[in-house]
Write a protein that binds this ligand. Structure first.
Ligand code: DON
Length: 559
């Protein structure tokens, strides 16, 4: 054989080997791993696994169960993002069940005659509510990706609504916060004689059980058409809201291509717009990749991470919004070149000071769950009605507590929302538009391991997921460690590092101050991360729920 032929044969052989490797089925996980913010919800996932469902069926069951037993965090009156990975073909999609602004919404709807934002108008009561997306997403995921009928996957939620769930300390804390804005229907369900119920009290929701049953029987139309839809629209419209029937009948989930990036040997898949999460996460990791963070003293490491947060959150405020309304140059914002340009002016010794502002809230609500099934399918889902107990407005006779996701829009350019986030034109209110979100359900993957994770926490969601991603990339392949990591955060405005008690050591606080940073220690911890990890190299599964919350992670090795 002539040398060139030898080479050609070799190349062909190599190609064949590579192709074989590429098409070779990935090894399967030895079972299921599930983590959620509530033990009953994790149980619902296990029940569906045992009933022969896949991760997508479990996601439907767990979303609906969260709507019942964690009413302060998410629900049928809200929305969310479900990031799905299909093991069979490697397909990854984000099901966007984000709420949409009603058709009668307009950009100045929360301003007074003088052009100032009317305090709390986008937070309390039915005017704060956008058109819910969660019921549509449940029907869509069940039909498109599930193996079980929707009616089976909704069984645990209907049972919990009928039989009740027990009040916990977290429930009490958040109900106390939102009690003043509950309407009569919400007060009747969530309070006892007008007071926050004692720990262990059972909260039963027969109306919600009926609404879930309607969805179980009629799917999407059970919520968005017919009697229930009429009741929802009338209930809102007579109490100061602006919904009309076509708001509900025209609601549709969207499938979005997730945001992808890489950090060293980790592949990142995360939420696409209308979430800002994926773009900001990838942008921060791109900036940080140019340094060997492991070589830095702790204070220099925190400084670099904070400077990357500052820059990514600035871009969030300037460029991001609903992709159906604004054009977003995702390719550029997530490119390594752009990150280099953005981070070129990071000074090792000094902060890049920016505008000031006020940090508004602890961000203690919303919810997340993570699932990996024994076929290798994955779901990371972050769901919300926004502020604890949403708008506090329940439509009488439906059990549906409405979101106040309208506050995630920029009510006025440059004026901060409840999470202290600012925005401009890209996130201005418009009819049918989805408000910009920070929710960041995420997959991290290396040759040896997969992590599925996410958390609530308002604007701090993205920085929490960043810290977990960095730890994973640096070799923390322990789900418990990932959800426990101490947290710090910077969101461009206000110009301060917010940190959990114990997250930054005293000497490092001094070091950061010397570099010009302003620091604010939170009184309480924040976030409620749920993570599952599959160690492909060891055939091992882990599931962990944040010790700051009340959830549970579980691994089922045999069904
Ligand atoms: O979509 C968003 O970004 C917010 N509505 C999420 C709110 C949240 O996480 C509340 N806090 N824990």
């Amino acid at each position: 054989m002539r040398p060139c032929c030898v080479k050609a044969t070799f190349v062909l052989l190599l190609l064949t080997v590579c192709q074989a490797a590429a098409t070779e089925p990935h090894p399967k996980p030895p079972g299921w791993a599930i983590a959620s913010a509530h033990p009953l919800v994790t149980d619902a996932g296990v029940e569906i696994a045992r009933a022969g469902g896949n991760a997508f069926d479990a996601a439907v069951a767990m979303s609906a169960a969260l709507a019942v037993v964690e009413p302060m965090g998410s629900g049928l009156g809200g929305g969310g993002f479900w990031l799905l990975h299909h093991a069979k073909n490697g397909q990854q999609v984000m099901v966007d069940g984000r709420e949409r602004a009603p058709q009668r919404a307009h950009r100045d709807m929360y301003l007074d005659a003088a052009g100032n934002v009317r305090p709390r108008a986008s937070l309390d009561g039915p005017l704060a509510a956008a058109i819910p997306g969660e019921p549509a997403a449940l029907a869509y995921i069940a039909e498109r990706y599930g193996r079980l009928p929707l009616s089976r996957s909704l069984t645990p939620a209907i049972r919990f609504a009928r039989d009740g769930f027990a009040v916990t300390h977290r429930y009490q804390r958040l109900a106390t916060l939102r009690k003043p804005v509950f309407n009569a229907a919400a007060a009747q369900v969530f309070l006892v004689n007008g007071e926050v119920p004692g720990s262990g009290t059972l909260i039963k929701q027969p109306d919600l059980a009926s609404t879930l049953t309607l969805i179980a029987q009629h799917g999407h139309a059970g919520f968005y058409a017919g009697q229930l839809a009429k009741r929802l629209v009338d209930g809102v419209a007579t109490q100061g809201g602006v919904w009309v029937a076509t708001d509900l009948s025209s609601y549709a989930v969207m499938e979005r291509e997730p945001i992808r990036g890489s950090y060293r040997d980790v592949e990142i898949t995360s939420a696409a717009p209308p979430s800002s999460g994926g773009i900001a996460l990838v942008a921060m990791l791109n900036m940080l990749e140019r340094w060997d963070l492991g070589q830095f003293a702790r204070v220099d490491r925190i400084h670099r991470i904070v400077e990357s947060m500052r820059r990514a959150y600035r871009d969030r405020a300037m460029y991001l919004g609903d992709p159906d309304f604004v054009s977003i140059d995702t390719g550029r914002l997530t490119s390594k070149d752009y990150a280099r340009m953005l981070s070129d002016d990071v000074d090792a010794y000094a902060t890049s000071n920016q505008a000031s502002g006020k940090n508004r809230t602890e961000g203690r609500d919303t919810t997340h769950f993570s699932i990996l099934d024994d076929e290798g399918n994955r779901v990371a889902a972050t769901l919300s009605i926004n502020y604890p107990f949403g708008s506090g407005f329940m439509v009488a006779g439906t059990g549906v507590l409405l979101n106040n996701e309208m506050d995630d829009f920029a009510a006025k350019s440059g004026v901060a929302n409840v999470y202290g986030l600012i925005g401009g034109e890209a996130n201005a209110i418009a009819p049918g538009k989805r408000p910009l979100s920070s929710m960041s359900p995420t997959f991290l993957e290396t040759e040896n391991a997969v992590a599925v994770l996410g958390t609530p926490g308002g604007s701090r969601i993205i920085s929490m997921v960043l810290l977990a991603s960095l730890a994973f990339a640096e070799g923390t392949l322990d789900a418990n460690e990932l959800v426990t990591l101490p947290r710090f955060h910077h969101q461009y405005v206000p110009d301060q590092i917010v940190f959990e008690p114990f997250a930054i050591e005293q000497t490092d606080l001094v070091g950061l101050k010397l570099k010009g940073h302003q620091l604010q220690r939170r009184e309480s911890p924040y976030g409620d991360m749920q993570a599952v990890i599959w160690r492909k190299d060891q055939g091992q599964l882990q599931a962990a729920s944040d010790p700051r919350g009340e959830g549970r992670g579980t691994v089922i090795l045999s069904k």
